[in-house]
Design a binder for this molecule. Structure first.
Ligand code: SF4
Ligand code: FES
Length: 256
């Protein structure tokens, strides 16, 4: 059996797996935002950076190789991850108490996980275009962290090409591939994976705001470090309420 070592633990891997793949399969959490199992790796957010034999690499793109000694959950790496998270927060308008995604937002959950107490850096307060033209979806670019999960989900899962990234540096932003550039004129549909995959509140479903109450949302009930959360997060964005489900089994919400 071929293995790598993560924080001193022997972790088996299969040919073709990345360090992230092997870690998640072994129930070891490496913080990540732009990675989602089943989609091609992207390597852009850098939250998943680990030290491999003393060299910093993105674990979501680095193939696992026999003999790798990997440091992941160290104070120094988590401090760097916290700084990256703070930069993502201040670069967009992530005003959690007024965002419908609060409690279901992976960026917010990672902030809590890493002990982030403030944005630390001056806030950018960007003013990017909001697209509410679609009947079922809203695209608020002010909250987009340019992770490209929606771009890849549309292309690789939905067989469409609804989103793309344009611009460079701090001008990078999400564009919609339609004749007018508006979501309403694209072929995105509510059932598409791309409509539900956003880890922040940049793509929201209309008419279902606060359907799952605060206090019963994904990260009210789960730690972001649970390695099997990905499926559940996608279910949650389709307004799956775990509390309702377990209450139904017991005879109604709150057992009534
Ligand atoms: S809209 Fe959401 S999923 Fe798409 S790039 Fe922006 S943050 Fe990522
Ligand atoms: S999860 Fe690896 S770079 Fe984003």
């Amino acid at each position: 059996m071929t293995t790598i070592k993560i924080d001193g633990i022997e972790v088996p891997f299969k040919e073709g797996q990345t360090i992230m793949d092997a870690a998640l399969a072994a129930d070891i959490y490496i913080p990540h935002l732009c990675h989602k199992p089943g989609l091609s790796p992207h390597g852009s957010c850098k939250l998943c950076t680990v030290d491999v034999n003393g060299r910093a690499v993105s674990s979501c793109t680095m193939p696992a190789e026999e003999g790798q000694e990997i440091e992941n959950n160290t104070a120094a790496l988590n401090e760097t991850r916290k700084t990256i998270t703070q930069m993502l927060f201040i670069e967009g308008n992530h005003l959690c108490p007024s965002c419908e995604k609060t409690g279901d937002c992976t960026l917010q959950a990672i902030g809590y996980h890493l002990g982030m107490l403030d944005g630390h850096f001056p806030q950018f307060y960007p003013r990017r275009e909001v697209d509410a033209s679609h009947g079922s979806l809203v695209l608020d670019r002010d909250r987009c962290i340019v992770c490209e999960l929606c771009v890849r989900a549309s292309r690789e899962c939905d067989g469409k090409d609804v989103f793309a990234i344009s611009g460079r540096g701090s001008n990078r932003h999400l564009i919609v591939n339609s004749p007018t550039g508006r979501l309403a004129d694209s072929d995105i549909e509510l059932d598409d994976m791309a409509a539900h995959i956003c880890p922040v509140g940049a793509i929201l479903i209309k008419d279902h705001g606060y359907e799952v109450p605060i206090g019963r949302r994904t990260f009210d009930l789960h730690s972001v470090a649970e390695t099997d959360l990905d499926e559940l997060i996608l279910k949650k964005t389709t307004h799956h309420d775990e509390a309702d489900e377990s209450a139904e089994k017991e005879g109604g919400v709150y057992g009534v």
